[in-house]
Design a protein around this ligand. Structure first.
Ligand code: GRF
Length: 185
């Protein structure tokens, strides 16, 4: 019998990827939304969906957060635009159960501003869903989708904003697919 997955989603901002998960139904349930910012618009999405939220203080108490996740019987974590560094000890505790969505074709363009940098370099652009390990954006890739081939965004005459739009739409799809896939494991 498949056990229902109880996901915690970590955000810092808009939360459009969180929304993609909130819109999923079935074996997957978002049971807690954790935000590093009090004003993150994503918090409204969670509240509207009736999902409990927690806002992290400036200095994060990772043990306390871990306890909260256990209280909510969270089975896995997904970082969706979470802008804080997660300490190694916390990653160790959730080893194999913590994932990240990243807007580039990793290992290309890890870290910040990946969309902008790949666009400016006329590189191939896309989205990766991967295991979180202590090294930034370096864990095993579980799902990857290319959105533009090398130079393609430019050849199509897309502005950075337009290219970004396509990347985000693909992120939402990758998120749904990846989490749906996890739900079967
Ligand atoms: C996404 O591009 C995500 O991959 C990145 O930050 C952005 C968050 O967008 N790391 P949203 O908050 O899910 O709308």
């Amino acid at each position: 019998v498949k056990r229902k997955q109880r996901w915690a989603v970590f955000i810092s901002g808009r939360g459009s990827n969180l929304q993609a998960l909130l819109d999923l139904s079935g074996e997957v349930e978002t049971v807690l939304v954790v935000s590093s910012r009090k004003q993150a618009p994503g918090l409204w999405r969670a509240r509207r969906a009736g999902v409990p939220t927690t806002v992290l203080p400036k200095t994060i108490d990772w043990d306390d957060l871990d306890a909260q996740l256990r209280r909510h019987r969270v089975s896995a974590i997904v970082l969706a635009g979470f802008m804080k560094i997660v300490p190694e000890s916390f990653i160790e505790r959730w080893k194999g159960l913590i994932f990240n969505l990243h807007p580039s074709l990793l290992p290309l363009y890890p870290g910040m501003n990946s969309i902008e940098c790949s666009y400016r370099d006329r590189a191939a652009m896309g989205v990766s869903f991967h295991h979180v390990v202590p090294e930034v954006d370096a864990g095993e890739i579980l799902l990857q989708k290319q959105v533009f081939k090398r130079s393609e965004a430019l050849e199509l005459g897309l502005t950075l904003e337009e290219a970004e739009f396509f990347i985000h739409v693909t992120e939402h799809r990758v998120m749904r697919e990846a989490i749906g896939y996890r739900a079967w494991i």
